[in-house]
Design a protein around this ligand. Sequence first.
Ligand code: AMP
Length: 540
Amino acid sequence: MLKPGLMMDRPLLLSGILEHAATQFGGQEVVSRETHGPLFRYTYADCAKRSRQLANALHGLNLKEGSVVGSIAWNNHRHLEAYYAVSGSGMVMHTCNPRLHPQQLIYIINHAEDEVVLFDITFAPLVKGIAAHCPKVRAWVCLTERAHMPEIEGVAHVLCYDELIAAASDVFEWPDFDERSAAAICYTSGTTGNPKGAMYSHRAIVINALSGCLPSVLNLSPEQAILPVVPMFHINAWCIPYAAPIAGAKLVLPGPKLDGASLYELMESEKVTISAGVPTIWMALIQHVEQNKLRFSTMKCTAVGGSAMPTALIAKFNDDFGVEVRHGWGMTETTAVATMSSMTPNERAMSSADRHALVGKQGRSVFGVDIKVVDEAGHTLPRDGSSQGELMVRGQWIISGYYKGEQSPLVNGWFPTGDIATIDAQGVMQIRDRTKDVIKTGGEWISSIDLENAAIAHPAVAMAAVIGVKHPKWDERPLMFVVRKPGQTVEKEEILSFLEGRVAKWWVPDDVIFLESLPVGGTGKVQKADLRKTYGGVFS
Ligand code: AMP
């Protein structure tokens, strides 16, 4: 018979993270770009104090345990305070993606039953447009001080955040409750159907944040300064706002200024050592740095995910700038990062081309996440690096169902991700495509990710995307979109012959269309659905 362990049963709660940072790393800095421009600087101790004030203020607005508080906000210190005040008092933090279509925004606010919504001044016009359609929202709180309060005609109950908390006590006893209770909810940014809510428990977030600190994941410690570019409105900024205070790392929040020049400046001025974001952000940053012949003085590592990081960019960061790339994979349904590239000594000793190719894959599963790939009948495929099928995941921070969802998405206890992947004998997973993006031609599959990766290696190409277009003979054929680097004049023939040496002949796209920019969605990913809508006719 099993013997019971004799350890205390203390719940894993987010309030514990905040108070840990406030007491153990009270003087460590949090630096935040205000939406109206300047940098704001304070400490974890100050952050905890203002979070307690906000918790009192929220109770003053008649919110209770289980109430849902929405946010439409950038990565900034007030948003951080809300993360802790809302969840820490047993309420649910609903981070809304401001770049969703207003109809979808209305849908998620009503579906989650937000009672109060916190918003940045940038989003005042958005609030003006949606407020009348969100009947359950009793107050709209603008995340600013009185001097910068926007005029929002026709919206009742608009409050000023700084005034709201100034009137509240900073003494607040965080309640204890079941760690399985909901702490936050984030809706998928699906392009078809209504968004679906992933409801994260305290337990899931704390365990995920702990693993995020690991040397093989983000390697956080009090000596690190981390800048999450990945938005706090989507998948909790990959749980970095929870991991950094656990580790006592300095936290640098970029606010709305996400262009290459602003990020570079912030990285340099705040001595940032590690950052995290989607590839499109890094493309813009590297362009700025190259064009202006700049160097990174403190940046050592960048964590990338959300879509595939091209190998050419990995090589550039590593070889030209001495910045190591950590390539991770995760989705709204996995709380944050579920797999991450990390290297054993043998792998580190490989040639640089082999190392970059390895980092181009999405890495090993983080402790706590099991992964497998299955064929269409659901049979597990071998870990041979070439058998590809749907990636399935399970673990303590993977959803078991969607909020108010009627049917469980799970298949025999595993979550089907909709991604096509391979896993090799060393456990390294590689995303080959999204099920809906893979190009089916003559009964074979072409990975759009691999094609994009190959095109990005051309020195004149800034960005590339590939979609499948209907073809009378082959079912589908690849169509490539290219954004040239500024001042470059590369043409279709050159791109195609460049690709010919790098991919199988039958993979070479049937056409290349040059665009000024690619449509990028709310989370910084290229919107292939938009490209398909505009260009997805029929090849003859
Ligand atoms: P979302 O839930 O909106 O963050 O989207 C999750 C999806 O983004 C995953 O299912 C993948 O299709 C894609 N994704 C995330 N990380 C990566 C990555 N490193 N490489 C390729 N695709 C990724």
